[in-house]
Structure formats: structure tokens, C-alpha cells
Design a protein around this ligand. Sequence first.
Ligand code: PHE
Length: 355
Amino acid sequence: MSDLKKIRDEFISKLKGKLDLAELNQIKSDLFGKNGLVSSQFKKIGTIDVSERKKFASDLNIIKDELHDLINFKINEIEKANINEKLEKEKIDVTLPERSFVRGKIHPVSQTIDEISSIFSEIGFSVEEGPDVENEYNNFTALNTPDNHPARDMHDTFYLDEKKERLLRTHTSPVQIRTMLKDKPPFKIIAPGRTYRSDSDQTHSPMFHQVEGLHIDKNINMGHLKGCLNYFIKEFFEVKKIKMRFRPSHFPFTEPSAEVDIGYEIKDGKIIIGEGDQWLEILGCGMVHPNVLKNVKVDPTKFQGYAFGIGIDRLAMLKYGINDLRAFFDCDYRWLNHFGFDPLDVPTNYRGLSR
Ligand code: PHE
């Protein structure tokens, strides 16, 4: 029996047995690998006598094809069986309940800040930001509140060092200073953000939010301040008329100073803004004190203007009927789910969409 026939018969009988993928691949390389049995027969062709060479080559090719096809067929069979087995096992049960997922909500304070920014941006205010950790100069001294000024005690400040040089800002007013120091007038900005005072009850939290407003230009007067705040309150609460009163007050950084109350009443347990004979304080404001302007190198004989500081949390509570400020910062998911906003909710105050 020729070598070729021996190889053929031996491997055909081997391939009849039950083989796994690894064994088949091994046979494949035994035959057709670089030094495989079939491959080496091909190398032999040149050494065979010319008279037999053609027949040898032709037989060799037939055997090669036969073994090659048989091996590939068997490999294919196994692979197909594997796939079928997987498909059998991995059936999708479309009757199963869907996997639960949690959708985030926008916190009412964030939503309120977005609404406030949008309202003021429509009348030309840009948005500035300042850090929560401030220095004493920006938070007090530059704002005409020198050392030992009683107003410092009123603020229940969280100091961060013994020298009382660094602190958690007690209001957003230091952003007025930062803004005026880095640029030249005119200024027309709002600055929303977190503020801190050591204070805690149903309407006070040690961390709360304010939005500062500052408008400095030539010939800005108290009438502009009133007009601006009146416009803002109406837009924010989405009412046509608002009852508003300016009560004389005192802040070291404004002169004259005022606190602003808005009128409301409670009807069927609900707060109605803009009507009734109850008053609720929502902000402090006034004409920027000349000393503040001098501190930031703005000439008070040429420029003047107003500033205000609004309590954001209180506005959010009023607008969205939330009665305990502390709930804002409890991080209770059920609460947020109830009072929060969907990310794609369009704030009602974007012009053109709601009107
Ligand atoms: N910063 C003041 C406060 O927190 C509010 C205020 C801001 C008053 C700007 C006047 C002008 O109470």
C-alpha cells in the first residue's frame, strides 16, 4: 500500500470516531500543518520519478481534498451544534417583567435657580459665580462692614480658622466685590449660590441659597430697582399683579436700604401670592454704598446702582408649596420624587414657550 493510501485510510478511520473541536484541530494540523503528513508529501513531489510524478501529485491532491473537506465538515457540524445549543438555552422570555430603573429628578432649588436665571437674563443680567469658601475681606470688609461692626455678629458666621480670615460666605454679596474687582463698569449681574449661617429651624437651615443682583451704571436709581424687582416677582410667580412693599432697613453695603415683602393670603390651605393682607419678607436690597464702590475702584461720582439679595429657598417653598425648609436638604428620595422636576421639563418662565 502506498504511503498516501496509508495516510488516507488511517485518518479516514480516525475521523469516523467521535471527536471534539480540539481533537479535530489537532488532526488538521497533523496533516496540513507546516510539517504535517500531507504537507510533507507535497514536498516529496520533486524527488519522485518523472514517470510516476503526475499520478502521485494527482492522488495526493485528491486525498488532500478528501481529508480537508471531511475535517472542515466535522468542525462545522460541531460549531453549528454549539450555536443551536446556546440558542436553545438563551431563550428570551418576553413575558418577564421589565427590569426596574430609577430616574433622577431635578431638585426644586436647582429648578428655581434655573427659572430665576432665565427671568433675569431676559432683562440683560448675566450670571456670575463665586466660591463658597470666602475670605473675610470680600464677605465683610469690602462690603463696608469693618471689624467689630455689629452686622458681623448678626450673620452667625462659620469661620474656618482661628484668625477669622477664611469663612463660609454668609451671603452672595461677596460676588459683587469679585465681579467689580475683575472688570470695569457698567455691571449688570446676578449671582446665585449656596450661603451659610449657623442657624437652624423650620425656616432657617445652616446652608441655604441666595441670588445676588447688582446693576451699576451711570444714572441708575431706586426706581430702576423697584421696577426690576416688580418685574421679577411677577414673572417668577406667574401673576399679572403683585402686592409689594419696600420697608426701610439697614445693610452696611447699601444706602438707602430696604427689605421687600410680598402680599399673600392663604385660601383653602393654599398660599395665594399677590393678594390678601399678609406680608412675607423675601429679599434685602438698596443703592450700593459709595464706600463699596470706592473699595473696588469704581468712582461713585460717576457710577451708581442697586443691589439685592433674594432668598432662593423661600421662593421655591412658596412657588411649589413646600412647608419645611429642612426637607430640601434631607436627601429623602421619596420627597425628591414628589417635589422634583423631570430633566426635560421646560421651566415655565422661558418666554415664547409658555406665552
Ligand atoms: N446680603 C444681604 C443679606 O444676606 C442681602 C442684600 C444684598 C441686601 C444686596 C442688600 C443688597 O441679608
